[in-house]
Ligand binder design. Structure first.
Ligand code: NAP
Length: 305
């Protein structure tokens, strides 16, 4: 496994992280096996959100942590808040009460990081700073970050935050590349040239932020995986060839493609299958060449100008 430094935590976090959005249906023994499989593979990072299965994902994870308290110090625990009642909410009261709910469900005294899940159009940076400082002083949250924010939103918010932002969690996969396309198509008249995010990846790199990629093998917005999909024949053929070359599975190549981006990258995988988790861990062993990275990008249907 490879690791990156996230915020002010001394223990680095694994470049493959476990996304807990889909775990709510697991039995306690399945979850036990799943979490220990991750740890055996060197994966120490678990990503939650208060809304996953309406709190059930955190709840069953918390049960496991309470049964095996020694686990807590082996894990880096992240959760997210800001989505509720069909709106986005960065108000101080909401952030504080959401974190209390998260800690209660996870049965822990602190989170290693908290992300604001989706930008709130009504955000007041000073209010967010107050909430973050309250959480930091009480020891409830050690690091802060955002998710799905563009460059200007991070700059706007970050200006008021004494501790800055350690993370941005963004949708990115070989089949979902708008964050990359505009940079490749600068000054062209095609659709790919439209800069929708104002240089978000570059901003994260300039500010030493960890970029966490969500839905790393999904097509579109929860459109199912592109692995083995007829719609992505050429991409799968390239992934299969490279999988053979590197002695890993094709999904691991898709994760390695994300890890090849030269920032502090973390891939948040969503599989609920322990064997697939092991396959995912192998992605950290693969260092794609520049030519292979572009080959995958093109095979996903993108054209270079
Ligand atoms: N910040 C945000 O707004 C946001 C939004 C969405 C997600 N997330 C985070 O990102 C994490 C990952 O998202 P995701 O679950 O959509 O990611 P994903 O890893 O792209 O998709 C996982 C899904 O693909 C299936 N799958 C099919 N074939 C697979 C294969 N060969 N290998 C692995 N999985 C395969 C999995 O099924 P099996 O379980 O059967 O393997 C699972 O249903 C979430 O858990 C959450 O933590 C964040």
């Amino acid at each position: 496994m490879k690791y990156v430094k996230l915020g002010n935590i001394n223990t680095p976090v694994s470049v493959i992280g476990v996304g807990c959005m889909r775990i709510a249906g697991m039995t306690s023994s399945q979850l036990d096996h799943y979490v220990h499989t991750a740890l055996d593979e060197g994966i120490n990072f678990f990503d939650h959100a208060d809304i996953y299965a309406s709190g059930k994902s955190e709840e069953i994870f918390g049960e496991l942590l309470s049964q095996q308290p020694a686990l807590r110090n082996k894990l880096y625990l992240q959760s997210k808040c800001a989505i509720h009642d069909s709106m986005y909410d960065f108000s101080k009261d909401y952030i504080l009460s959401s974190v209390d709910g998260i800690l209660k469900r996870l049965k822990v005294s602190h989170l290693d990081s908290l992300l604001l899940h989706r930008p709130d159009a009504l955000m007041e940076p000073d209010e967010v700073e107050e909430a973050f400082q309250t959480l930091k002083k009480s020891g409830k949250v050690l690091n802060f970050g955002v998710s799905n924010m563009n460059r200007f939103q991070m700059e706007f918010l970050g200006k008021r935050l004494s501790d800055g932002l350690a993370v941005n969690q963004l949708q990115m996969s070989a089949a979902h590349t708008p964050l990359i396309d505009a940079g490749i198509n600068v000054n062209m008249m095609n659709d790919a040239a439209v800069m929708r995010d104002a240089g978000t990846l570059e901003y994260c790199r300039m500010n030493d932020m960890v970029i966490q990629t969500w839905s790393p093998i999904q097509k579109g917005f929860f459109g199912g995986t592109f692995i083995g999909s007829e719609e992505y024949k050429e991409l799968n053929s390239v992934l299969d060839d490279l999988a053979e070359k590197y002695g890993v599975t094709n999904d691991a190549v898709a994760y390695a493609w994300l890890l090849r981006y030269p920032a502090k990258m973390q891939v948040i995988v969503g599989t609920t299958n322990s064997d697939r988790l092991k396959n995912a861990a192998n992605a950290a062993k693969v260092e794609l060449t520049r030519s292979e990275w572009y080959q995958i990008y093109r095979a996903a249907g993108n054209q270079l100008p």
